[in-house]
Design a protein around this ligand. Structure first.
Ligand code: HEC
Ligand code: HEC
Ligand code: HEC
Length: 337
């Protein structure tokens, strides 16, 4: 309000009221009443007004997607708590029945072939019993039972494309930890594992934050490949923290490398061409005329400085020797697969 406006206001007030005493009293009484009613309304409505406004800016949808913690046991709960569903084809095979049957079949396979089989390509440091244990973590990370990837009558076979995708993912995960994560200056000891991107879903994980989905749609030019840096709210709403953080450079190189090479990472392509490169917070790229859903900063970070699905060296240490069945050395990038 400038002085001129203030003057006009005072003039209006002094000209409008105060011409006689009764009028003045009733005006004051009305003002007091109105103020009280407004205060009451504010008290009653404040929470709903707050949430309404927050929703308008997408805060609610964002928090519903943001994840504060995730462990593979959360994923195993997703599988076992699910009611019996359509147990055929390439479905996640949820429900306690499908899960128990598959885990037991794996145990029998391990009893039958205790030594690491020649069919194993990446997890060669583990014997079959240990592979079986690590498989339970993989399943929890993706929220699927073993049948999503395996024909239970032949665990060594590549019957379904999902198993081939998972093999490429083991290599990818190993490369990420070896070439990027462990190279972070002042690395805090967190490793990327399957759960760090998957958070209990086999596919359709969000790659961009709710805030930036709208932004990317409005500005298609910055949505092109290798422009992941725009999604700093994926890590922290305070962009300046991320932009100045020494780790950001490594993260940019890593995410750009993944997006640039996603076609060779061997995941399953989309059944048809997506209408846009950003849909439902997924980010698509084209490789050899196939469309793939790619990861972004948000896939791992989900609005947190440290991805809630990462696993720390300190926590791995608590498992002692068994830590290799939680995250094998090869997947940590410590030995070459
Ligand atoms: C997301 C896909 C996926 C899921 C889910 C999965 N596996 Fe696997 N499994 C693989 C891949 C890939 C390999 C091969 C690893 C390698 O070659 O290093 C494998 C290997 C194995 C092997 C060793 C096979 C051999 O060649 O000797 C066994 C046994 C096994 N899995 C059992 C299971 C069991 C039991 C479950 C469920 C608890 C399960 N898997 C869940 C992908 C999966
Ligand atoms: C594959 C998963 C993954 C992706 C994708 C990813 N990050 Fe990270 N990021 C991590 C992990 C794990 C850490 C923790 C590393 C550690 O222990 O020091 C981390 C740490 C960070 C930190 C340091 C946080 C702190 O307080 O120490 C920043 C900043 C960051 N990432 C920014 C980004 C940006 C920007 C992008 C996108 C260009 C990105 N990240 C993409 C996994 C990821
Ligand atoms: C850097 C993030 C990231 C990491 C780490 C990661 N994945 Fe993936 N994965 C993805 C993305 C993105 C897709 C594509 C999802 C889609 O098509 O919607 C995918 C797809 C897959 C698929 C194919 C699913 C389908 O049915 O189309 C499998 C299987 C899979 N991942 C297994 C794994 C396993 C096992 C690990 C751990 C060794 C792992 N992933 C680690 C990001 C990741």
């Amino acid at each position: 309000m400038n002085d001129r406006q203030k003057d006009d206001g005072y003039r209006a007030m002094s000209s409008g009221i105060g011409t006689n005493k009764t009028l003045r009293v009733s005006v004051i009484a009305t003002i007091v009443l109105v103020v009280m009613v407004v205060l009451l309304l504010v008290l009653v409505l404040a929470p709903s007004i707050f949430w309404g406004t927050a929703q308008m800016f997408g805060a609610e949808s964002d928090t519903s997607m943001d994840i504060v913690s995730f462990s593979t046991s959360d994923g195993l709960k997703i599988i076992s708590d699910a009611g019996p569903n359509n147990l055929e084809g390439r479905e996640p095979w949820l429900g306690a029945v499908a899960w128990t049957e598959a885990v037991q079949a794996g145990q029998e396979y391990a009893n039958q072939f205790p030594e690491t089989q020649p069919s194993v390509r990446i997890l060669t440091e583990l014997n079959t019993e240990q592979i079986w244990q690590y498989m339970i973590h993989i399943s929890g990370a993706l929220g699927v039972s073993c049948q999503y990837c395996h024909d239970l009558s032949n665990f060594a076979a590549y019957t379904y494309p999902q198993k081939a995708a998972a093999l490429s993912m083991l290599i990818l995960n190993s490369n990420i930890n070896k070439e990027y994560i462990s190279q972070i200056p002042e690395w805090k000891g967190n490793y990327v594992q399957c759960a760090t991107c998957h958070y209990g879903s086999p596919k359709a994980m969000p790659a961009v934050s709710a805030e930036n989905e709208a932004h990317l749609r409005q500005n298609p030019a910055i949505g092109e490949l290798n422009q992941t840096w725009v999604d700093t709210p994926a890590i922290d709403p305070d962009r300046s923290y991320v932009l100045q953080h020494p780790t950001t450079g490594v993260m940019l190189n890593m995410t750009n490398w993944m997006q640039g090479n996603w076609g060779t990472s061997g995941t399953v392509p989309q059944p048809e061409e997506p209408a846009s490169f950003v849909i439902d917070r997924q980010h698509f790229g084209v490789f050899n005329e196939n469309y793939y859903a790619m990861p972004g900063c948000y896939t791992c970070h989900r609005g947190n400085l440290i991805p809630p699905g990462a696993i720390n060296q300190v926590d791995l240490d608590t498992f002692g020797e068994n830590s290799i069945t939680v995250l094998p050395m090869a997947i940590r990038g410590i030995t070459t697969p």
